[in-house]
Design a protein around this ligand. Structure first.
Ligand SMILES: [Zn+2]
Length: 342
């Protein structure tokens, strides 16, 4: 029995692929060495990346090589790398064009640089797609053929897995920008330039901006009191507290947000008939107060059958999702390369 087990384990070890992942954020870059079995063998962080790419890119290569050596491996044992990066970008060519939070990074060919520096094949994906891939390989989307991941954070990013594939779309590779579907004609101004986007009604940043405008001259309001009159400190945290305390303004805004969430989810459910909607930050940080009202309103916006076939769940990876994002992108790259060969 032991022999059988160890043979099986050996087989698994032989099939286990090791990859490197890079999660490029506004202030830091996470580097991870992970495996197709969901193990993270090593992780590192590069701080203060709001400097010149000439300084940061060599650090990315050096940290990755250190992780590989630290795990007792050589680069020959690594199958690929993946980069998770924010938009705007040119994903087809792996170029970070003008990331909002890295003002010195303009048209940085990060994919080619890392290919040359590491001597490995690799890929470049936007961070919301990587979130979906991370949940698909390692988290709440495991085992699904069709599911949708929504970041539900300061903005609303999305990633769509349909028929076992990441949906990227056509030339712009912009599929999955689910926060920017229009939910209201001539509605609220969105940061993307359009009006009436879903994100303008339910994104954390948009809601904070709205509350700051509406409460600026209302020092007696509960939310203003919760932030000691510091308008700039108004965000989702005092909003949630005020909702739980029953403040009428907060309750009405929360209700509107929940209705917009349900409206958008209804469209996604009727469009894609997903097995799961996996929700990021706000959903797991707030809990049932966030998801229960959405479930209440959902029957207004989609058919019963696909609604009942879709579970609405929170991210399993939560704060750790960054460590898995680039790793998952690399594993998906290998999967797609395999499929091409067949
Ligand atoms: Zn928008």
């Amino acid at each position: 029995m032991y022999a059988t087990k160890s043979k099986k384990m050996e087989k698994n070890m032989a099939q286990e692929k090791l990859v490197l992942g890079f999660d490029v954020g506004g202030t830091k870059i996470g580097v991870g060495l992970g495996s197709s079995e969901g193990r993270i063998l090593g992780k590192a962080r590069i701080e203060n990346v709001d400097t010149y790419p000439e300084d940061v890119l060599p650090q990315m290569v050096a940290e990755a090589k250190k992780l590989v050596a630290g795990a007792g491996l050589t680069m020959a044992g690594i199958a690929a790398f993946g980069i998770s990066a924010p938009f705007p970008a040119d994903p087809a060519n792996g170029i970070m064009t003008a990331p909002t939070n890295n003002r010195h990074w303009r048209n940085v060919p990060i994919l080619q640089y890392l290919r040359d520096g590491l001597g490995l094949p690799g890929c470049f994906e936007n961070d919301a797609n990587c979130g979906a891939l991370a949940e698909w390989f390692f988290g709440a989307g495991r085992g699904c053929k069709d599911f949708i991941y929504l970041t539900m954070s300061t903005g609303i990013g999305g990633g769509i897995i349909a028929a076992n594939h990441l949906v990227r779309g056509g030339r712009a590779l912009s599929a999955g920008e689910l926060g920017h579907i229009c939910v209201e004609l001539n509605g609220r101004q969105c940061n993307c330039g359009l009006k009436g986007c879903y994100e303008a009604y339910a994104g954390g940043r948009a809601l904070a901006q709205r509350m700051q405008e509406e409460l600026r001259n209302k020092p007696d309001s509960m939310i203003m009191q919760l932030v000691d009159g510091n308008v700039g400190a108004i965000d989702m945290v005092p909003l949630e507290k005020a909702v739980r305390a029953g403040d009428p303004y907060a309750v009405a805004l929360w209700d509107e947000m929940s209705l917009r969430n349900a409206q958008a989810f209804g469209m996604f459910i009727n469009m894609f008939n997903p097995e799961r909607l996996v929700l990021g930050t706000l959903a797991w940080a707030v809990g049932d107060l966030y998801t229960d009202p959405i479930r209440k309103y959902l029957p207004q916006f989609c058919w019963k059958e696909p609604m009942e076939a879709c579970e609405i769940v929170s991210s399993e990876l939560r704060r750790d999702i960054g460590y898995y994002a680039g790793v998952a992108a690399a594993l998906n790259y290998l999967k797609e390369q395999d499929e091409k060969k067949r």
